[in-house]
Design a protein around this ligand. Structure first.
Ligand code: FNR
Length: 364
């Protein structure tokens, strides 16, 4: 189908499922075990209802915001997803360029198909990128990678904490996998016989612990964000340790099956941080299953500063390249703007829990 026939993010997924190689589709689309969490991530949004207000002048809607102080044209960023070249010959730089068009922030993955230099060099004027870190078991490599990201102008370090081991993604495990990300090609012990996820396991330090966070402070002045927080306890701990942000995330349902959705955890985390007096000290993001403007609206209303989006970007990129990613982002912007207009909310700042009915959220 033509790009202008793509009317929502699910349309891109349907096209991608047809055109991707079976290896790419298996790697991108899979979740852990029975994929219960992966499905729940989007399903949970369907248990939140809206309470629109009427007779409000909605001729101007401002969907812009900031993330860690950086302008973003709407409260969304492109999250880190590894191995972009499985879906598109140019890989992650396609996302870099589309992010620039729309003035949204891209998070660069440690395990990208493109090198850090390629993604940094693809930047437009004033474009902001964050860096997603998988801590390498070799601290010297980790330090080198973090310093390189900062030297190349990345504006924040998102440390992935939900993947000490990679989850069992069985669709992916049934296929053999051949390519290693360029920044890791010199590594010898890469496993190539059991899918992409298994091949990358050896690059991730499963000994990383809370006490190590201080070390990251000592090697970088980038703001630190923990990606993959899933409980109130850990959210409060992160805030007490002075992290600049947390991403409530279960890694798109690819890690621990039966982990709860981020949108369900969000109200508990906001409440706990408010009680501790820490809510103003840390930014909260969520990712997983964001597919509609209403999903973004709900996350913001419940106290998230922004949402991350993964698979839909890969699907749009694979199916239509840069114009596809640009259209997917435009669709989300349009949906969010219309949602706000119809809910009677004219700016992100005004968007709050009074516009939601979450009584069903915990009934399932
Ligand atoms: C991911 N994700 C991820 N996260 C991370 O911290 N480092 C990584 O290298 C990757 N790689 C990756 C590859 C693919 C194919 C997917 C689908 C996801 C997780 C990602 O950042 C994010 O948490 C989820 O993708 C969000 O869920 P949705 O938007 O895909 O539903």
């Amino acid at each position: 189908p033509n790009l202008d026939e793509m009317l929502n993010l699910f349309d891109f997924e349907a096209v991608a499922s047809q055109i991707l190689t079976k290896e790419a589709w298996a790697y991108y689309s899979s979740g852990a075990d029975d994929e219960v969490t992966m499905r729940e991530n989007h399903e949970a949004f369907r248990r939140i209802w809206l309470k629109p207000r009427v007779l409000i002048d909605v001729s101007k809607i401002d969907i812009s915001t900031t993330i860690l102080g950086h302008y973003s044209s709407f409260p969304l960023y492109i999250t880190a997803t590894a191995l972009g070249k499985l879906g598109h010959p140019e890989g992650e730089v396609v996302l870099t360029r589309a992010a620039y068009t729309h003035k949204v922030i891209q998070m660069i993955p440690t395990l990208a198909s493109c090198s850090l230099d390629e993604m940094v060099n693809a930047r437009g004027e004033g474009q902001v990128q964050f860096y997603q870190l998988y801590a390498n078991p070799d601290r010297n490599i980790t330090e080198r990678v973090v310093r390189a990201a900062e030297a190349k102008g990345c504006k924040a370090l998102f440390i992935t904490v939900d993947a000490p081991h990679l989850g069992r993604r069985e669709k992916d495990m049934r296929l053999k996998y051949v390519e290693a990300p360029p920044d890791l090609q010199e590594e010898k012990d890469i496993r190539r016989d059991q899918g992409a996820a298994k091949a990358m396991n050896s690059f991730i330090d499963c000994r990383l612990k809370w006490a190590d966070l201080e070390w990251f402070r000592s090697i970088t002045s980038m703001p630190l964000v923990l990606k993959g927080i899933q409980t109130v306890e850990d959210a409060v701990m992160a805030a007490k340790l002075g992290m600049e942000g947390i991403v409530l995330s279960n890694h798109g349902g690819r890690q621990l099956d039966f982990a709860r959705s981020a949108i369900e955890i969000l109200p508990e985390v906001v409440q706990a941080l408010k009680i501790e007096g820490l809510y103003d000290k840390i930014e909260i993001y969520i990712d997983g299953g964001i597919r509609r403007g209403t999903d973004i609206f709900k996350a913001i209303a419940l106290g998230a500063k922004a949402v991350g989006i993964g698979r839909p970007m890969l699907y749009a990129m694979s199916a239509y390249g840069q114009p596809g990613v640009e259209r997917a982002l435009q669709l989300l912007k349009d949906e969010l703007e219309l949602t706000m207009a119809l809910a009677g909310v004219t700016s992100i700042r005004e968007c709050g829990p009074q516009y939601l009915d979450i009584r069903d959220l915990y009934n399932h």
